[in-house]
Design a binder for this molecule. Structure first.
Ligand code: SF4
Ligand code: SF4
Length: 135
């Protein structure tokens, strides 16, 4: 079993297709939706984690492509250099996925890597360059 992170780009005429349902039902994949920007008759974007066997993931990605939907695999990850962080919270204001949040009791930053979409907005927002990209 492995997990990959993927962005799906839906042309307007494909947004009504039950893609994630099919991936679960027909390809035995676990889908975790991290971000969705889908409206009827508009181009859409979905960011998902896909977990399954190598074979099922490959087959699922081929199915996505066959539906006319383009996908892009995430190859980068975000590194939080925790020791240098001053927990100012500036990065949480730009994080679209909720991966970065402040613990309201301790007033410390928490980073949930699973939710990260690698948009890199926090890298630009951090005044101390604590967040960086690893390829
Ligand atoms: S902006 Fe930088 S220093 Fe401030 S909480 Fe985020 S990672 Fe830490
Ligand atoms: S790259 Fe930074 S801002 Fe973007 S989702 Fe990940 S943690 Fe949030």
């Amino acid at each position: 079993m492995k997990t990959i992170k993927v962005s799906l780009y839906y042309p307007a005429n494909t947004v009504a297709k039950p893609i994630t349902y099919k991936l679960v039902k027909d390809y035995d994949l676990q889908i975790n939706i991290l971000h969705a920007d889908i409206s009827l008759n508009k181009v859409g974007k979905l960011v998902i984690d896909i977990t399954g066997t190598e074979w099922n993931i490959e087959a699922g990605l081929k199915f996505i492509e066959d539906q006319g939907i383009k996908y892009k695999l995430f190859t980068k990850t975000i590194i939080w250099q925790e020791d240098s962080c001053v927990h100012c919270g500036a990065c949480t204001a730009v994080c679209p996925s909720g991966a970065l949040s402040m613990d309201k009791k301790e007033w410390t930053l928490t980073f949930d890597k699973e939710k990260c979409m690698v948009c890199e907005l926090c890298v630009k927002a951090c005044p101390l360059n604590v967040m960086c990209v690893s390829i």
